[in-house]
Write a protein that binds this ligand. Structure first.
Ligand code: AMP
Ligand code: GLY
Length: 427
């Protein structure tokens, strides 16, 4: 089977690395890919937000099966275009992508189908939003979210009314997030640990494929601004079999049934961002794709061949009710450029990746890297994910940091506390 993987991050590198090792996988094409992926697949430039360009590439390369990594091509309608042509692709249609691309849709959908989430109000105008905050409907702190895709920057947790009003005017009057902030969701602030829960979905059925915990803030001890994710560990020690079953029963299954009932069945990876509150697991957000860096630590735990599962999901014929997961522990440390997440430096020479990769239980996945005159250089905020694997979190974390210790570039930054919470589950 000839595969096309869309995307260019460490998530896609991990997907390609996994698939390249499997039976029945012929050539893999990655678009646009990155230098790490290029060692395993042929990489081709593409504009992922252009469905016609993606379709033309798949046709030209005689691709049998396409996997969408990021949400951008899905929100642009790549899945719809492929379905029109009878081309096999794993990823939701544009309508089903609204679970991620419109927080207003996701919240209203959850309310319609009884999926547990924070109490909320969708505000279409500045006046209604300001009034909602002034009336103190959701107390303080209060959470404000731009409706549309805002690259992870559209959420503000306001400690007081002035901060809430500022966030509202930034989004709705100053249009800080462009059209993404024309509607906002105001919701109650929940508390509890956060878990990333992943399910593979075929439009009707869904099967859990693993859990992880992400570290979103840039600095140790969860300080500084939010990022795409500075590290992750898997599985989440907070999710045992009972909670896993509860999340499927109370959240994932109702989402599958509700989306089908509303005429937009969900096919692809469903990423449920959960908060484990005193009142049970509640949905903070949905993503219609795998997480980054979660994928880098979740995929290696799947013990069965991945390709047949993904193809079955895309065809609407998943039969497995469970996927066999291994008992190892994984920790992934993101190595970032100076300036991330605001303004990242680029062009610094990267050394030592081959030494890291030669270590037992260590894998390195590329994200913001580029080749310049034969040298590997940084090319973006998150540069690499270095993953350690072991029998315990202690071992996995030690291996990940031993790998990071081999890598160097000017201005490199990483958190030193990835997985620290997981260690507590072992002591
Ligand atoms: P989101 O982009 O919706 O995942 O939000 C980004 C982050 O904001 C989440 O990972 C949470 O840490 C936090 N957050 C979002 N919604 C809430 C909420 N209702 N209560 C508390 N924290 C929240
Ligand atoms: N790590 C969070 C995400 O992929 O959205």
């Amino acid at each position: 089977m000839r595969l096309l993987v869309l995307g260019s991050g460490a998530r896609e590198h991990a997907l390609v690395a996994r698939l390249a090792a499997e039976r029945d996988v012929g050539e893999i094409v990655a678009a646009p890919g990155n230098p790490g992926i290029a060692r395993l697949a042929r990489t081709l430039a593409i504009d992922l937000s252009d469905p016609d360009a993606v379709r033309a590439l798949a046709e030209r390369e005689q691709i049998d099966f396409t996997i969408a990594g990021p949400e951008v091509p899905l929100a642009a309608g790549v899945a719809d275009r492929f379905h029109d042509d009878g081309r096999l692709l794993l990823g939701p249609t544009k309508a089903a992508t609204r679970l991620e691309s419109s927080k207003a849709f996701a919240k209203a959908f959850m309310a319609r189908h009884g999926v547990p989430t924070a109490r909320f109000r969708v505000c279409e105008s500045l006046d209604v939003a300001l009034d909602t905050v002034r009336r103190g409907e959701f107390g303080l702190p209060v959470v404000l979210k731009a409706d549309g895709l805002a690259a992870g920057k559209g959420v503000v947790i306001a400690a007081d009314r002035a901060a809430a009003e500022r966030a509202i005017t930034d989004a709705m009057r100053e249009r800080k997030f462009g059209a993404a902030g024309d509607r906002i969701v105001i919701e109650e602030c929940l508390s509890g640990p956060e878990v990333s829960f992943f399910a593979l979905c075929d439009g009707v059925r869904a099967v859990p494929i693993g859990t992880a915990q992400d570290h979103k803030r840039i600095f140790d001890d969860d300080l500084g601004p939010n990022t795409g994710g500075m590290g992750a560990f898997a599985p989440s020690p907070l999710v045992g079999a009972a909670l896993d079953a509860r999340v499927m029963r109370e959240i994932v299954d109702p989402v599958m049934a509700g989306m089908a009932e509303e005429g937009c069945p969900f096919r692809g990876f469903l990423f449920v961002g959960l908060m484990l509150t005193a009142g049970g697991p509640k949905v903070i957000e949905f993503n219609v794709r795998l997480g980054d860096p979660e994928t880098q630590v979740v995929l290696p735990l799947i013990e069965e061949p991945l390709l047949p599962l993904l193809v079955a999901a895309a065809l609407g014929s998943l039969t497995a009710s469970a996927v066999r997961l291994g008992t190892d522990r994984l920790a992934g440390v993101v190595v970032a450029s100076r300036g991330y997440p605001e303004a990242s430096e680029s062009g610094q020479t990267i050394a030592g990746i081959d030494h890291a990769e030669a270590m037992q239980g260590v894998a390195v996945y590329h994200a913001g890297t580029a080749l310049r005159d034969g040298r590997l250089v940084t090319a973006g905020g998150r540069v690499l994910t270095v993953v350690g694997r072991g029998a315990t979190f202690g071992e996995a974390i030690t291996r990940a940091y031993a790998g990071v210790g081999q890598v160097s570039f000017e201005g490199m930054h990483y958190r030193r506390d990835i997985g620290r919470q997981a260690l507590r589950s072992e002591s």
